[in-house]
Design a protein around this ligand. Structure first.
Ligand code: ATR
Length: 291
């Protein structure tokens, strides 16, 4: 049984937090506190329920309090971009911020925005599915915030063919047009693929509730035509899509690895220390699978 003890909180404890709405389901506090503890850091990570209308006040308040850093989750990642003093290359490229570092510079506290989600997508696909993205054929479900980041990241990794399917077709078309402009070597279409492909990637929110239908129309794309299926959802750990993929003989993974790697990179940004990735993975597994 893995236990996470708080540090002896005192006047020098540094604070990090995740901001979102809803936030009560977040596994990030378990993961980050385990990492602080493993490295003997006097740091602490909590979660705040923050509505979009209060995001700017929360970030400015954190600047005044000299908080160490934030993670942002739904629905804040796009909204926060305009609230940063600086943006790293990834935040600029993907137009979204999921990690904030408050840094003291010349007596002032600067707010630096980062995107650690995009890299986490390719690291997790590689580590958890053995996926080589360059030259791959991918069906991506979803064209919201997560879908857009995934589509652009896959295109930047030079996948050969990208099929974008979304309930609201115009949103998939918008992303397809952006990819055609920014990554002209990628063949992109807003429909289900005809033949065999390497990967189906779910970036919709369908599957979060047990009553949700699968995000994939298996009449249009039977799963035995895919080598691997990744679901960005990690709670529940086995969605309807993943269960069906397993039955069809596909290699499968849920979004735990993505959550892990975005968090590991954020940890490095805040603390400057190498993240204890194994400890962080165990803490997440304990939080999500309960063992
Ligand atoms: P996130 O930041 O997690 O991507 P989002 O931007 O709200 O959240 O995107 C949610 C995604 O799930 C979208 O692709 C959405 O489809 P629409 O663009 O048509 O809204 C998809 N989604 C959510 N509920 C859905 C449903 N009931 N059926 C099909 N797709 C759904």
């Amino acid at each position: 049984m893995l236990k996470c003890r708080l540090p002896d909180i005192n006047a020098t404890t540094r604070l990090c937090a995740v901001l979102g709405s809803p936030i009560a389901h977040s596994a990030s506090p378990a993961m980050q506190n385990a990492a602080f503890q493993a490295l003997g850091l006097n740091w602490c990570y909590v979660a705040f329920e923050v509505e979009p209308k209060n995001l700017r006040a929360a970030i400015e308040g954190a600047r005044a309090l000299n908080i160490a850093g934030f993670n942002l989750t739904v629905p804040h990642k796009l909204l926060a971009v305009d609230m940063m003093d600086t943006l790293d290359e990834s935040a600029k490229m993907f137009g979204a911020v999921n990690t904030i570092k408050f840094e003291r510079k010349n007596g002032m506290i600067q707010i630096a925005g980062f995107n650690t989600d995009a890299d986490a997508i390719s690291v997790s696909l590689r580590d958890d599915l053995g996926m080589k993205l360059r030259g791959a054929k991918v069906l991506l479900l979803g064209a919201g915030g997560a879908g857009r980041t995934a589509a652009l990241k896959l295109a930047s990794e030079k996948v050969a063919e990208l099929y974008l399917v979304n309930r609201t077709v115009s949103k998939a078309e918008e992303i397809a047009n952006e990819i055609k402009e920014r990554f002209p070597s990628v063949t992109v279409a807003t429909k289900y693929p005809e033949g065999k492909i390497d990967l189906v990637l779910n970036a919709t929110s369908l599957g979060l509730k047990p009553s949700d239908p699968s995000p994939l129309d298996e009449k249009q794309f039977p799963l035995d035509r895919a080598r691997a299926v990744y679901d960005m959802i990690y709670r529940p750990p086995r969605t309807r899509l993943l269960a069906s993929a397993k039955k069809a003989g596909c290699k499968t993974a849920n979004g735990l690895g993505m959550l892990l790697h975005q968090g590991a990179k954020a940890f490095k940004i805040w603390t400057g220390r190498n993240p204890p990735v194994k400890v962080m993975r165990s803490a997440l597994e304990h939080n999500i699978y309960g063992h």
